[in-house]
Write a protein that binds this ligand. Structure first.
Ligand code: NAP
Ligand code: G4F
Length: 383
């Protein structure tokens, strides 16, 4: 008999990669999805199975982290060997606009999961992974950050996650539960939400290259992040729950990069060299050179994208609207404990991550450009 896992946040970036990974390992995966007015299962549609089939290995349940009774019923029905608590209002900037909701979902939501396992008498059966975050380090007290570095959260999101971190530790100590925190540094992928900085950049640059969009407005270009690939990071989640003893682990690459350098490297992927000029909200990124011609596909023909004529033009601009009331300026992790105790090692470096994300978004945007130009012709054809 394979194991049974319950994943909250199964429709998110990490939930999608983790489901696929666990199913390949022979797990039956149950996931909690929110009711939405539009389909919200794009990231896991390739794993979907008709509910009428026997022996399904992916089963979805409607639920919400703010609904204790719903969560308790699902945990009771599923009787999971492992719970991966990934559901969260995970956008730091949005947490300043929705602080109470973020606290409810990200902080109390974790308590609801822990308490349901305890009340259902599953404390000795069910292992729990809590999606903790490098945002806990906030105004960093040590460089690089490791498991023993003191926390200094800088957003409602991080404060809510701090509650979740400590309530997980508390349930482990108070009730002997196998409850663990993965303190994951930023991890990205082609499945990353479109409003996080890396995906915003790879989408916008692909559109700029194809002439669909003229420029992109960004926030703080100087902050630094330790970026890894989500495919590597979900493996660490699994490893954390396979250990003999429950514990907390930092997962990071140990390399940090500014947002500015991420943008330059992403432009390199499409043969464009960018130069940054000015400071603060007056900083701009100009096209300095185009090394590879960018072609746009249309039905039956291809033509040079309008980007070719744009050397010297400002394609990256700053809008202070994207600044945060309190910023996390620098994150860089020390994952020595994970490497030595879990045997975890990332396969992707930043170059490979950017290549993967840019290749995916250029493909997506080519489709969009094609549908725009070509779509009009198809419309005429049917008229
Ligand atoms: P994500 O793509 O934003 O996914 C979040 C998931 O949570 C989605 O499935 C979302 O559902 C669900 N969700 C949000 N509010 C909910 C609610 N009230 N009830 C039930 N489900 C809800 O996030 P991610 O990047 O995969 O990250 C996974 C977890 O790791 C999060 O807890 C995040 O805070 C944490 N984390 C992420 C990173 C990172 O760099 N990615 C680093 C450290 C920690 P919808 O699809 O319906 O919106
Ligand atoms: O991509 P971000 O929005 O990610 P952030 O705030 O680091 O949070 C992500 O990683 C955390 C792990 O450390 C997770 F816990 C959390 O759930 C989330 O996944 O922003 C990264 C940096 C920030 O300094 C931000 O100010 O990029 C800067 N930035 C500059 N311009 C921007 C923009 N961020 C966004 N989202 N959009 C911009 O236009």
């Amino acid at each position: 008999m394979g194991k049974t896992a319950l994943i909250t946040g199964i429709t998110g970036q990490d939930g999608a990669y983790l489901s696929e990974f666990l199913i390949k390992k022979g797990y039956t995966v149950h996931g909690i999805k929110r009711r939405a007015s539009l389909f919200n299962t794009d990231r896991i549609d390739h794993l979907y199975q008709d509910p009428h089939l026997d022996d399904r290995n992916l089963i979805l349940h409607y639920g919400d982290m703010t609904d204790s009774m719903n969560l308790t019923r699902i945990v009771s029905e599923v009787q999971p060997d492992e719970i991966y608590n990934l559901a969260a209002q995970s956008h730091v900037k949005v947490s300043f606009d929705t602080p109470e909701y973020t606290a409810n979902v990200d902080g109390l939501g974790t308590l609801r999961i822990l308490e349901s396992v305890r009340l259902l008498g599953l404390a000795s059966k069910t292992r729990i992974y809590q999606a903790s975050t490098s945002e806990l380090y906030g105004l960093v007290q040590e460089i690089p950050q490791k498991e023993t570095t003191p926390f200094y959260p800088r957003s409602p999101y991080a404060v809510a996650k701090m509650y979740a971190y400590w309530i997980t530790v508390n349930y482990r100590e108070a009730y002997n539960m196998f409850a663990c925190n993965g303190i994951l540094f930023n991890h990205e992928s082609p499945l990353r939400g479109e409003t996080f900085v890396t995906r915003k950049v790879t989408r916008a640059l692909s559109r700029i290259a194809l002439g669909i969009q003229s420029d992109v407005y960004m926030g703080n270009l100087s902050s630094k992040r330790d970026w890894g690939h989500a495919k590597d990071y979900i493996k660490a989640m699994y490893l954390i729950l396979q250990q003999d003893k429950p514990d907390d682990y930092v997962i990071a690459t140990g390399v940090t990069t500014t947002i500015r350098d991420f943008i330059s490297q992403a432009f390199n992927e499409i043969g464009i060299r960018i130069e940054f000029k000015g400071e603060g909200s007056n900083e701009t990124g100009e096209i300095a050179a185009i090394n590879t011609p960018v072609f746009v596909e249309k039905i039956g023909e291809s033509y040079l994208a309008p980007i070719q004529k744009r050397i010297g033009e400002k394609v990256v601009k700053v809008d202070p609207e994207y600044f945060r009331p309190t910023e996390v300026e620098l994150l860089i992790g020390d994952a020595t404990k994970s490497r030595t105790q879990l045997g975890w090692e990332p396969k992707y470096n930043l170059d490979m991550l950017i290549e993967d994300m840019m290749a995916n978004d250029v493909k997506n945007m080519k489709k969009e450009a094609y549908l725009r130009d070509g779509g009009y012709r198809i419309l005429n054809y049917f008229e």
